[in-house]
Design a protein around this ligand. Structure first.
Ligand code: GYE
Length: 350
């Protein structure tokens, strides 16, 4: 911290004496005194979830809360994230926050951060490293559990509607391959399909993106005439999928017996929940992006030398307008299903 104070003074003196370079000092080169300097490598801006997550981090790690946030958007590229982390290390920040695009490939750069004695907090997706001491803590969601909840709901739905397990013809529109959220949600579906005797026709990645998901669904609809369930690994994919379904002259809805295609989604962002209210998304499992406050407290504690929990899971809900299922049990845990209304949607923060 002393170094930053000296650096700040030098910059200020230099500018006052008029001997500094004329061009403005870049924000990321300025250390602000008496605040915690944080470097945040965000993986991208691919979805409504991600945008809400970035906003939550920026508002919780703001100057008025005694943080100086250096933010970098890596546009889905791991090498950009690695470059950003190396820059944060050079800038001698007090803490690094990493939202990693995929799980593997972090050992070397996180070792560099550890050697520089800069704590790293991982958020959202996880890192798969040989040595867990390369990061101090992780905050995020239990993605496998989210997937199991969705599958348990589907099982109950089929039972209530008199649909045989072998009549469920499912396609999985996967997220970014190798991301923890994709791995957890895809695995939950393939395991549940095997357990219940459902037909999982195909699993295809669409990178959590609306346009890509639409293209993928168009191809799948041409290939398989009997799809009746689409498991979309986020809301933006679900929106693209619904466009493809409707353009193909079919309907997204929950009356499979009359030919509707049932769409399941994750995130419960505003855009997704609007589709739930319209009856086009049958079930939306929440994935809460508002992690900023939790991360801010972890940073305060870590930089103050306190011990912190290694893993923090964020609370989440389940939304639908299908009112015959009120509660479900997945992996021995019970979950309420919130029957969504406009009022509930209007009261939500993202
Ligand atoms: O579900 C999706 C996003 O990893 C939980 O990434 C995150 C996922 C989220 O782009 O919308």
């Amino acid at each position: 911290m002393k170094k930053y104070i000296i650096l700040t003074l030098l910059i200020v003196l230099g500018v006052l004496a008029g001997c500094g370079k004329k061009e403005e000092v870049a924000k990321e080169d300025v250390y602000v005194r008496n605040v915690i300097n944080v470097g945040f490598s965000q993986l991208g801006a691919e979805s409504d979830w991600r945008v809400a997550n970035t906003e939550s981090m920026k508002s919780s790690l703001s100057l008025d809360k005694d943080f100086n946030l250096l933010f970098d958007d890596a546009q889905q590229k791991q090498d950009k994230q690695i470059m950003a982390i190396r820059k944060f290390i050079q800038q001698e920040v007090d803490c690094i926050v990493l939202a990693p695009v995929t799980e593997t490939g972090w050992d070397t750069v996180l070792k560099e951060a550890k050697d520089a004695k800069i704590p790293v907090i991982v958020t959202d997706r996880m890192v798969d490293v040989e040595d867990d001491s390369l990061y101090t803590a992780w905050v995020g969601s239990d993605f496998f559990k989210e997937g199991r909840i969705a599958c348990e709901w589907l099982k109950r739905y089929a039972e209530l509607e008199g649909i045989e397990p072998s009549e469920l013809n499912i396609v999985d529109i996967q997220g970014t391959l190798g991301a923890t959220s994709q791995i957890g949600r895809s695995n939950a579906l393939s395991e549940s399909a095997a357990e219940n005797g459902w037909k999982l026709l195909e699993s295809v990645p669409a990178d959590y993106a609306q346009t890509k998901a639409k293209e993928v669904m168009q191809q799948l609809l041409r290939k398989h005439s009997d799809i009746n369930v689409v498991y979309c690994e986020n809301d933006n994919e679900a929106i693209g999928v619904i466009e493809a379904i409707e353009e193909a002259g079919k309907t997204a809805g929950s009356d499979i017996n009359s030919g509707d295609i049932l769409v399941i989604s994750f995130d419960a962002a505003h855009s997704g929940l609007n589709m739930v209210l319209e009856g086009k998304i049958a079930l939306d499992v929440e994935c809460n992006p508002l992690q900023g406050e939790e991360v801010a407290w972890l940073i305060r504690d870590v930089t103050a030398g306190k011990d912190v929990e290694k893993y923090t899971y964020i609370e989440e809900s389940v939304f639908s307008t299908y009112d015959k299922i009120n509660g479900i049990v997945a992996d021995k845990q019970a979950f309420d299903v919130t029957i969504l209304t406009q009022e509930i949607l209007d009261g939500r923060k993202y």
